[in-house]
Ligand binder design. Structure first.
Ligand SMILES: Cc1cc2nc3c(=O)[nH]c(=O)nc-3n(C[C@H](O)[C@H](O)[C@H](O)COP(=O)(O)OP(=O)(O)OC[C@H]3O[C@@H](n4cnc5c(N)ncnc54)[C@H](O)[C@@H]3O)c2cc1C
Ligand SMILES: *[C@@H]1O[C@H](CO)[C@@H](O)[C@H](O)[C@H]1NC(C)=O
Ligand SMILES: *[C@@H]1O[C@H](CO)[C@@H](O)[C@H](O)[C@H]1NC(C)=O
Length: 361
């Protein structure tokens, strides 16, 4: 007999989990979410991401395993499935000695290393010669990454799920219990709930996780082409600001970032921060405007997203909440895409453990 599963959340975590679970026999999967691909909302992080593959996980940890397992599937999409909206792009990581010990540089520790754990995972990893670096940059590495056009990729995930028989529904749950109530699954009773609620996990009844906090990211999306992906270890405008650029696949525009403002729920773009973001991007990547100023940037839109950061890292775990069997997959912070397949794989392993013929929670 097939098992009925409700997945709460249609961000990259919920959709990737639904896709991998839908490839296993015996599961009827229903995705219920307040926000769906196509929506732009401060409570929905996934559309705002760049998104690229640039691991900040520490070698030897579970997050590094998830990131490592995700490179293969993303590279396969870039290589063989152009309709997914993922393409390869050269990525440069610039380090400034003066950023040592800053919040961003500490967050980026493994990324800034000249021999990070992922050097053997991504193609073409290399240390750039000092002579090629711009003034103020003390060292740099480069590798082949991917950039995901989220406006194509999230709907593509939905289409793949629909083709595998997954069903979708708009629903806003006040409590996890509502996900198992009558009518919550089109097939009847619910055997298991998967919690992919992102930042809102902090507010969901039965699960309130106070260790999930926002790290606010402000971006500017422009029509100009950067030609490559660039990221620097810090800025001169404060610890919680960042500087990166990447050009999305298939005409998706170029993302200029950014910020990493922990604890801020502010949904509106800050115009002063937007100017700083554009000035830093043009200084780091003159190709954007042929060496000219920010008035030569052609803006598509300003945006703000909240990374769902969880102290202690992404939570992938089984739990009994009352008599409801729940598997959690939330709190990926700034790594939701680059860890998506590894996290979803582990989530599906836990679903199989919980629903398998011999084991119970
Ligand atoms: C500016 C910015 C840049 C980023 N860049 C990158 C990058 O380059 N690479 C990378 O890997 N990651 C990046 N990230 C991080 C990435 O966006 C997140 O880690 C990821 O989107 C989180 O996905 P999620 O599915 O967990 O959450 P979300 O996308 O927020 O989805 C949550 C889902 O749960 C639903 N939900 C929540 N509560 C309820 C409820 N009570 N009832 C019903 N539904 C509910 C929502 O409606 C939504 O469908 C970036 C983030 C930002 C903001
Ligand atoms: C899924 O997880 C299992 C258990 O950790 C691991 O052995 C397997 O390689 C993973 N599969 C993929 C495709 O990452
Ligand atoms: C999902 O996880 C979040 C974060 O812990 C939590 O607040 C919420 O209650 C959980 N929801 C369910 C239904 O388990």
């Amino acid at each position: 007999m097939s098992k009925n599963i409700v997945i709460i959340g249609a961000g990259v975590a919920g959709l990737t989990t639904a896709l991998l679970a839908s490839k296993k026999p015996g599961y009827k999967i229903h995705v219920a979410a307040k926000h769906m691909p196509g929506d732009y909302d401060i409570e929905y992080a996934s559309p705002w991401a760049g998104a690229n593959y640039m691991p900040v996980s520490v070698g030897g940890t579970r997050p590094a395993k998830w990131d490592s397992e995700t490179w293969g599937p993303l590279a396969d999409l870039a290589q063989n499935h152009p309709e997914a909206g993922v393409h390869f792009q050269e990525c440069e990581i610039h380090s400034r000695t003066k950023d040592l010990g800053s919040a961003t540089a500490t967050w980026f520790a493994d990324l800034l290393s000249s021999n990070p754990w992922f050097a053997k995972v991504v193609p073409n990893f290399r240390v750039l010669p000092k002579s090629s670096l711009s003034p103020g940059v003390d060292s740099a590495t480069a590798f082949t990454s991917v950039c995901i056009n989220t406006a194509i990729y999230l709907p593509w995930l939905v289409s793949q799920c629909l083709a595998n028989g997954v069903t979708f529904q708009r629903a806003t749950f006040g409590h996890i219990r509502e996900a198992t109530a009558a009518g919550a699954h089109p097939r009847g009773h619910v055997d298991l709930v998967v919690n992919c609620t992102g930042l809102m996990a902090s507010k969901l009844g039965g699960v309130q996780d106070a260790t999930v906090v926002p790290a606010r990211g402000q971006i500017v999306i422009v029509r100009n082409d950067a030609g490559k992906m660039l990221d620097v270890s810090g800025t001169d405008d404060g610890d919680d600001e960042a500087c990166y650029v990447m050009t999305r696949a298939a005409g998706g525009g170029t993302i200029l970032g950014g910020s990493y403002q922990k604890g801020s729920w502010e949904s509106q773009p800050d115009p002063n921060l937007a100017i700083r973001i554009m000035k830093r991007a043009v200084a780091m990547c003159p190709a954007l405007t042929n060496g000219k100023g920010i008035e030569h940037l052609d803006i598509i839109r300003h945006g703000v997203g909240l990374r769902p950061v969880r102290e202690g890292g992404t939570r992938i775990e089984k739990e009994m909440i009352g008599d409801i069997c729940v598997v959690h997959n939330y709190g990926a912070g700034g790594a939701g895409y680059q860890s998506s397949y590894g996290c979803a794989n582990e989530t599906v392993n836990l679903i199989e453990e919980a629903l398998g013929p011999r084991s119970r929670l």
